[in-house]
Design a protein. Sequence first.
Length: 128
Amino acid sequence: MLNGLYGCHINDLNMVRAGVVKHPKDWEHGGYNEIHSPKKRYRIIDHQELMQLFCVLDVIDFASIHRKWVEEALAGNRLKRQSRWAESVAVGDESFVKDGLIGRVRGRQVVESQGIFELREQQVAYRI
């Protein structure tokens, strides 16, 4: 299972890391606001699946845990870019990446590290 620091909120910090906003709540297109104020329609997050991954039963409890993870990352200045999340097409368990995605994409490879699987683009040199 992915822990909060490396999983759920890492993308919420992208715009903070880029200097666009000071806090993820200020970026209206990210997941932070949807976790804290779930939409009824046109959701980008499967809340039930996400809560199941983190063994949380209640949306309010999950929002509280998520807020704590984000605040800890901001307070601890843990905004370093992490290649797993920045360079992969998809990250997850073996069934999600290998069984669910690899058959649908060509020219990509699966990389496994510490039980977490990444779907990566092949490195191709640019030609002029």
